[in-house]
Design a protein around this ligand. Structure first.
Ligand SMILES: NC(=O)c1ccc[n+]([C@@H]2O[C@H](COP(=O)([O-])OP(=O)(O)OC[C@H]3O[C@@H](n4cnc5c(N)ncnc54)[C@H](O)[C@@H]3O)[C@@H](O)[C@H]2O)c1
Length: 258
């Protein structure tokens, strides 16, 4: 049986699905992953070195410009067929009273724009910014990106509401994540190199809870050897194919059986 059909069958059987996504799921929207060479202006910087509170404190202008650039990129691109397929999967499962959570490491907001409702943003979002002094957020519409770094109204600076390396993950997001991992009987890892902790260990938690594990990635990763099923290729191609197969299987079943 082709791999995408196996996955469609597993999705049909699943009571609860947890999907971990990474930068690869947004690559076909035109957003570079961390391991791709970055474009033009930013090609000489290592994103990992800009993504720390230390970098922000040392070079607030550079780091704010970098995140403003990433914000405009995320705002100006569109969700791709991979994001849409995951939103469709959630609707499919919800209609059958089954669970579906997307746990994303992405900060771009593209899952929500594709229509996904239950998205846990473990690394925060580039679409909200807060004051370094008070922690108070300011609506995007009130933020002016015409001078860098961006002063806040309270004597601090505005920074994106994302989790930098070395910072704590948002507590509620972590609680929701662990609940989804404990609950799931099918875990999908999509477009992530699975190198950044704690996301890298989510697959182990799901496996220990008894879930089948699946990886969808353009390339092999550290997880590939250990998963129950690995589908190699772009998520924007594989996920729609799986959803098509799932719809076919579901419509071939007597009503009430799905
Ligand atoms: N769009 C975003 O929000 C964005 C962009 C860059 C980096 N990040 C951050 O990068 C950190 C690094 O972890 P990561 O694992 O998310 O990214 P990563 O760059 O480490 O890995 C990306 C993975 O996606 C795979 N990939 C690339 N194109 C793909 C495609 N079309 N289909 C399927 N797989 C594809 C690659 O083989 C790789 O394994 C995360 O913390 C994340 O917050 C986010």
């Amino acid at each position: 049986m082709p791999d995408h059909e196996t996955l469609a069958r597993w999705l049909l059987e699943a009571r609860s699905v947890a999907v971990l996504t990474g930068a690869g799921v947004s690559a076909e929207s035109g957003l570079a992953t961390f391991r791709d060479p970055e474009e033009g202006l930013w090609a000489k910087y290592d994103p990992m070195e800009l993504a720390t509170i230390g970098a922000f404190e040392r070079e607030p202008e550079l780091v704010t410009r970098w995140y403003h650039w990433r914000f405009t990129r995320a705002r100006d691109v569109q969700p791709n067929p991979g994001h849409h397929a995951l939103a469709q999967l959630e609707s499919f499962l919800t209609a059958r009273e089954r669970g579906c959570s997307i746990i994303t490491q992405n900060i771009d907001g593209l899952h929500q724009r594709a229509g996904s409702q239950r998205v846990i943003e473990i690394h925060g979002t580039i679409h909200r910014w807060r004051c370094t002094k008070t922690g108070r957020e300011k609506p995007l519409s009130d933020l002016s990106f015409d001078r860098f770094p961006i002063p806040s109204d309270h004597g601090g600076l505005m920074r994106p509401c994302i989790v930098w390396f070395g910072e704590m993950l948002p507590e509620q997001a972590l609680r929701d994540t662990f609940a989804a991992l404990e609950r799931c009987d099918l875990f999908l890892s999509v477009g992530t190199s699975a190198t950044v902790q704690p996301a890298a260990s989510f697959i182990e938690i799901a496996r220990a809870a008894g879930a089948r594990t699946v990886e969808i990635n353009k390339d092999a990763t550290l997880n590939t050897g250990g998963v129950d099923l690995a589908l190699r290729g772009p998520s924007g191609v594989i996920l729609p194919r799986v959803m098509e197969q799932l719809d076919e299987l579901a419509s071939a079943m007597p009503s009430g059986d799905t």
